[in-house]
Write a protein that binds this ligand. Structure first.
Ligand SMILES: NC(=O)c1ccc[n+]([C@@H]2O[C@H](COP(=O)([O-])OP(=O)(O)OC[C@H]3O[C@@H](n4cnc5c(N)ncnc54)[C@H](OP(=O)(O)O)[C@@H]3O)[C@@H](O)[C@H]2O)c1
Length: 303
């Protein structure tokens, strides 16, 4: 019998994994920092734990005895991580290590969420076997976390789910996402300044949640690339949102990454080869033009 421990359940992906578990009747326990902000998660399925309190992490895992842990919690703001490297290492690497060690004690499968930023973005269309080359503190922290699993000589019961720009709706999220921003700004005619020299395959959070849960249900191990199906420049991604909304005149100002002055360096071109996930997980993600109508419906519910 499966029992999933979901970390980061107040976050965008964590909320969707909880929703999927509730819908599919999969036993689960959810954890995040502070009160439960996800009304889809029953209070008796929620535990408030700061993952940087390693003793509390250990107690939680030993008490709940999950058969699998899906570890979505992380410091996810790339520029914040660049400016706060010690905090980034504590949350993204050391807390992951504590959780992974606890998982091994109870014999639970450990699934780590990771990112396209592990790559340098020179090649694009990355497969699971491509070499990593992180360009930022955040990306390095994810490579370090991955290596806790990849380089463990004593355990193979783990998976790494790498993803790209996750978007969707959620309750009380601590940060927004590009597509939600576009859904708000474009109909009002607001100007959006967007780069045309970074290529990404944005991922609908619901599709990603499906992939993450299927890894557990199908007892898969190893690295999986789970993103949206189409890689485009960022300005073209937002143009697609405009098209899906039926808008004709979009106020998109195209700029180059250099003018942004962001603290963390970004890989120019990512995007994933999804063939492994298609074959082993039956993962067939939706493109933006299919998800926008679903998101518009969702927004009414989440407001
Ligand atoms: N979003 C993307 O575009 C993207 C792209 C590639 C990879 N990923 C990876 O995918 C995963 C999920 O992303 P997401 O978009 O769902 O992130 P998110 O919305 O930022 O959620 C992360 C969650 O982790 C929680 N958290 C942070 N520090 C914690 C701590 N010390 N103890 C307990 N909980 C803590 C946060 O709590 P608060 O809500 O209280 O802040 C938040 O709920 C992450 O591992 C991320 O690195 C995301």
């Amino acid at each position: 019998m499966v029992k999933i421990l979901v970390t980061g359940s107040n976050g965008l992906l964590g909320q969707k994994i909880v929703k999927r578990c509730v819908k599919q009747g999969i036993p689960f326990i959810a954890t995040s920092k502070g009160p439960n902000r996800n009304p889809d998660c029953p209070e008796d399925h929620y535990v408030d734990v700061d993952l940087c309190r390693f003793d509390a992490v250990n107690r939680l895992v030993l008490k709940e005895q999950p058969t699998a842990i899906i570890h979505t919690a992380a410091l996810t703001n790339v520029d914040y991580c660049e400016l706060n490297p010690e905090e980034c290492h504590l949350v993204n690497v050391l807390a992951t290590k504590a959780l992974y060690e606890a998982a091994k004690i109870v014999g639970a499968h450990f699934e780590l969420l990771s990112t396209d930023f592990v790559f340098d973005g020179e090649k694009g269309n990355y497969s699971e076997t491509d070499e990593v080359n992180p360009l930022s503190i955040y990306a390095q922290s994810k490579v370090d976390a991955e290596n806790l699993l990849l380089k463990d000589p004593n355990n193979t019961d783990w998976s790494v789910a790498r993803t790209i720009i996750v978007y969707g709706t959620g309750f009380g999220l601590s940060r927004s996402n590009m597509i939600l921003w576009a859904l708000e700004a474009l109909p009002k005619g607001e100007t959006m300044k967007l780069v045309n020299d970074q290529f990404r395959a944005p991922t609908w959070a619901d599709d990603l949640a499906y992939g993450c849960v299927e890894i557990v249900l199908r007892k898969q191990t190893g690295i999986f690339h789970l993103s949206g199906p189409v890689t485009r420049p960022i300005d073209a991604i937002v143009e697609e949102v405009g098209k899906a909304l039926g808008l004709e005149n979009l106020n998109i100002e195209t700029i180059s990454s250099q003018t942004l002055n962001q603290a963390a360096k970004r890989p120019p071109k990512t995007g994933f080869d999804l063939s492994k996930a298609e074959k082993l997980l039956d993962y067939h993600p939706k493109d933006i033009r299919e998800t926008i109508p679903l998101l518009e419906d969702d927004l009414v519910y989440y407001r």
